[in-house]
Design a protein around this ligand. Structure first.
Ligand SMILES: CC(C)(COP(=O)(O)OP(=O)(O)OC[C@H]1O[C@@H](n2cnc3c(N)ncnc32)[C@H](O)[C@@H]1OP(=O)(O)O)[C@@H](O)C(=O)NCCC(=O)NCCS
Length: 163
C-alpha cells in the first residue's frame, strides 16, 4: 500500500470522527475489498490483501498484517465476529542466523470460516485456517488449523470442545 493509501486507511478511515459508512467506503476505494456490517475505529490494515464477508463485525484495535500478494492474504468469511485487539499476522521470518535471527520475510495466508467468533486479544499466526462456526476464546494464540464448530482456547490454543 502506498503512503497516500496508508494515510487514508490508517489515519483517516479508522478514526472516531469518520462515520461507519464513510469508513467502509474509504477502505473499498483504497482497494481493501471488504463488506462487513461494522468495523470499529482504530483498526489497522497493512495491505489490500484482506477480504471480509457480509454480516461480519470487527471490534476496536484489531490488526490485519497481510502481505503484498496472495501468500499474505487474510480472508474472513461471512458473519465472522472479531473481538477487540485481535492480531492477524501472515508475516514471519526465516532464521537469519545469530547476528540477526529475524531473517527474510516469509508470508503464509490466514482464513477464517463463515460464522466464527474470535475473542478479544487473540493472535492468529501465519498459515492458519480456522474452520466455520468456531469460537476462539479471549487471549488465545492460534498456531495451527482449527476444526469447524469447535471451541479453542489457550496458548497455544487447543480444542476444548465441539459446539
Ligand atoms: C470462550 C468463552 C465464550 C466461554 O465459552 P464457554 O462455552 O462458556 O466455555 P467454558 O467456560 O465452558 O470453558 C471451556 C473450556 O475453555 C476454557 N476457557 C474458556 N475461556 C478461556 C480463555 N479465554 N482462555 C483460556 N481458556 C479458556 C475453560 O477453562 C474450559 O477449559 P477446561 O474444559 O479445560 O476446564 C469465554 O471464555 C470467552 O473467551 N469469551 C470471549 C469474550 C470476548 O472476547 N468478548 C469480546 C467481544 S467480541
Amino acid at each position: 500500500m502506498n503512503i497516500f493509501k496508508r494515510l487514508i486507511v490508517n489515519g483517516l478511515a479508522n478514526s472516531h470522527i469518520c462515520p461507519l459508512k464513510i469508513r467502509l467506503k474509504l477502505y473499498n476505494l483504497m482497494g481493501i475489498k471488504i463488506f462487513p456490517k461494522e468495523i470499529r475505529p482504530n483498526c489497522y490494515f497493512n495491505s489490500e490483501f484482506v477480504s471480509i464477508g457480509q454480516g461480519s463485525f470487527v471490534n476496536y484495535f484489531s490488526q490485519f498484517h497481510s502481505g503484498n500478494d496472495m501468500n499474505g492474504k487474510i480472508e474472513l468469511g461471512v458473519n465472522c465476529y472479531v473481538g477487540m485487539n485481535v492480531t492477524f499476522c501472515t508475516i514471519s521470518h526465516e532464521d537469519g542466523g545469530n547476528i540477526q535471527r529475524a531473517g527474510r520475510n516469509v508470508y503464509k495466508p490466514i482464513k477464517v470460516g463463515n460464522g466464527s467468533w474470535i475473542g478479544a486479544n487473540c493472535v492468529i499466526l501465519p498459515g492458519v485456517t480456522i474452520g466455520e462456526g468456531c469460537i476462539i476464546a479471549a487471549g488465545s494464540i492460534i498456531i495451527k488449523d482449527c476444526e469447524s464448530n469447535s471451541l479453542y482456547a489457550g496458548n497455544p490454543a487447543i480444542k476444548k470442545k465441539s459446539l
